[in-house]
Ligand binder design. Structure first.
Ligand code: DAH
Length: 369
């Protein structure tokens, strides 16, 4: 029976040293297969005398079990090692930068949107979003623009039928919003003052040239409180343009203007230098119109359910696309919406450059464009 012990040691040591699952299987076949060493011994049992037969049979059964459990333990160990090696070799380093040739780009309008939200967010404004399809009450009437008001003709409005079956009725029809100012009313309806919101979003007018597209973007601003004054408006918008153009100083002026929903109304200009080839913002003797603003008209407060004897506030409206054109020197608005990948490669932004007031607004100095 010494032979049996030797055989056992030999097989167990082979199992321990099997380099992979395939080699392990070969060892299993050579021991336990049809012509395996242990199988052969089992076959030989019949020729033994009765008492030896029983004893050797028991030993062989124990041996078989030992070999089987050693095989399965080794198999587990090899499989785990193989899996770990595979996992290690296939692991992805998610912190690696995207390969430049595969990198998508953020559209300048999305970038400007983020920047504007970052600036006003830091000033404590909430972001309010509303529907593109608007009723005439919110888009016009409540903003002190009743039917037949001449200001309605200033905006080349797209009207939508109010019903699929009834004939078109101008008074009942919906519009796709011509401005984001309707969000002033929706905000007043939804919350009590003090109010401090910006409402960015898509707006629509029937217009098409280098500086107008049928769909464009605006941000509306609204601040209402008991003691909100024109001085707050000026301070807020001054801080905004400085932060937006990333300049310490920037000349500004307010020109009297007219909007039905504000009284007084103004347009804000910023200083710039215009040459034949260049537009430089911040210094120089020229002015550039940047936004419309004013003190919220008492009729608008009333339409929003706010008592104008108790509350007052200011509002402003800025074109996001126009801001993008100015800040990033993009000459033609129509190109914004042509979905030309070459354009986006040139004017777009790296997706991981988030805009923030602390980490940098546009990251425009780096290799992000
Ligand atoms: N709604 C105006 C437009 O689309 C922009 C505007 C001007 C909004 C003055 C305002 C404002 O809130 O006070 O041209």
């Amino acid at each position: 029976m010494e032979n049996l012990e030797n055989l056992k040691q030999q097989i167990l040591s082979n199992i321990q040293q099997a380099p992979d699952v395939k080699a392990l299987d070969e060892i299993r076949v050579s021991a336990m297969g049809k012509k395996g060493a242990v199988t052969e011994l089992m076959k030989g049992l019949g020729a033994l005398p009765q008492d030896e037969k029983i004893e050797t049979g028991k030993k062989l059964n124990v041996l078989k079990q030992e070999i089987e459990s050693a095989l399965s333990a080794r198999k587990d160990a090899l499989e785990t090692a193989e899996l770990n090696q595979k996992l290690a070799s296939e692991s992805v380093d998610v912190t690696l930068p995207i390969r430049p040739e595969n990198q998508g780009r953020i559209h300048p309008v999305s970038k400007i949107y983020e920047e504007v939200v970052a600036i006003f967010g830091q000033m404590g404004f909430d972001v309010a979003e509303g529907p593109d399809i608007e009723d005439q009450f919110h888009n016009f009437n409540a903003l002190n623009m009743p039917a037949n008001h001449p200001a309605r003709q200033m905006q080349d409005t797209f009207y939508l039928p109010h019903s699929a079956t009834e004939p078109f009725d101008m008074d009942k029809s919906y519009v796709i919003r011509t401005h984001t100012s309707g969000m002033q009313i929706r905000t007043m309806e939804a919350q009590k003052p003090p109010i401090r919101i910006i409402a960015p979003g898509r707006t629509y007018r029937s217009d098409y040239d280098a500086t107008h597209t049928p769909m464009f973007h605006q941000v509306e601003g609204l601040v209402i409180d008991k003691t909100t004054t024109l001085a707050h408006l000026k301070g807020c918008l001054y801080d905004f343009v400085k932060a937006f153009f990333e300049l310490d100083e920037i000349p500004v002026r307010y020109r009297p203007s007219y909007f039905p929903f504000t009284e007084p109304s103004a347009e804000m200009d910023i200083g710039c230098l215009k040459t034949k080839t260049e537009l430089k913002i911040g210094a120089g003797n020229d002015w550039l119109e940047i936004l419309g603003c004013g003190m919220v008209h008492p009729n608008v407060l009333k339409a929003g359910g706010i008592d104008p004897d108790e509350y007052q506030g200011f509002a402003f409206g800025v074109g996001l696309d126009r801001l993008a054109m100015l800040k990033y020197g993009i000459p033609d608005l129509r190109t914004f919406f042509e979905s030309d990948v070459r354009w986006l490669k040139n004017y777009g932004f790296a997706p991981l450059d988030f805009s923030s007031m602390t980490g940098g607004l546009s990251n425009n100095g780096g290799q992000t464009r």
